[in-house]
Design a protein around this ligand. Structure first.
Ligand code: CA2
Length: 144
């Protein structure tokens, strides 16, 4: 079984700035955490990050017929992108939305999530462990 983990703009800067919000762990550390967990669970994982909305749409589409589940942190595109919402709807693959920070406690403009309507679950404010929780949710669901 393969899961795809997709990260949006600026998440490649993790651990470099704003450690009070996003922690001190780097993007490379996040990838290692996810890869190690996938190995433990004996599944394949494809991890992707882009700063470009269209590239993220292309990656979601490329999951069709390839990935059993998607974990996505669309970052700032969460709050703006109908294109990402439509892409997730178009592939109809079980998808979990993850946010490292608790967006519900942040600025008004972060209270909207377009993609949420196409996601089975949203995990916010659990730090990088949110990605593991999202993988666990999909593993349990896909085992049924
Ligand atoms: O909490 C999250 O995971 C977010 O998706 C992160 C996005 C933000 O726009 C969302 O509202 C919530 C920002 C990702 C940028 O990450 C940075 C990492 C290091 C330094 C600056 C930004």
């Amino acid at each position: 079984m393969k899961l795809c983990v997709i990260n949006g703009p600026n998440l490649n800067m993790l651990g470099i700035r704003e450690p009070d919000i996003y922690g001190r762990t780097t993007y490379a550390d996040l990838c290692t955490l996810i890869e190690n967990y996938a190995a433990e669970q004996d599944i394949d994982v494809d991890i992707y990050q882009s700063n470009h909305e269209g590239d993220l749409v292309d990656k979601i589409q490329a999951c069709y017929g390839e990935a059993a589940g998607i974990v996505i942190n669309p970052a700032a595109y969460t709050h703006t992108s109908v294109a990402l919402l439509d892409a997730v709807k178009s592939v109809a693959i079980p998808t979990v939305e993850v946010h490292i920070s608790d967006v519900s406690q942040r600025e008004d403009f972060r209270q909207v999530s377009y993609i949420r309507a196409a996601c089975e679950k949203t995990i916010c404010g659990h730090g990088l462990n949110g990605y593991i929780e999202a993988m666990d949710y999909l593993l349990e669901k896909l085992a049924d």
